[in-house]
Design a protein around this ligand. Structure first.
Ligand SMILES: [Zn+2]
Length: 91
């Protein structure tokens, strides 16, 4: 699958079908190590969380449901789209 990449500080996702830039369903598997801090009463809170491994399995468009059309594009400050114009699937 070509969509299984996370955006970095210069990129973002865009649905090539409908033009959505802001809403996606992301299915991912994450392996973490956490610092669990328990109160004397036994109630836990997680004070630190380190991601050891992360695999993005699927990114789908929340608007049109396309699962294979989400692409990485540049963020606006790096020349990417700054509006949600229609994609090749029309408005
Ligand atoms: Zn879409």
């Amino acid at each position: 699958m070509t969509t299984a990449s996370l955006p970095d500080e210069r990129t973002r996702w865009r649905c090539a079908h409908c033009g959505n830039l802001t809403r996606f369903d992301v299915t991912r598997t994450t392996r973490v190590r956490e610092f669990w801090h328990l109160s004397m009463g036994g109630a836990p809170s997680i004070d630190e969380r380190e991601v050891l491994e992360e695999v993005v399995e699927q990114v789908s468009c929340r608007w049109c449901g396309a699962v294979d059309r989400v692409e990485l594009v540049a963020r606006p400050e790096f020349g990417g789209p700054d509006g949600e114009g229609p994609g090749d699937g029309g408005p």
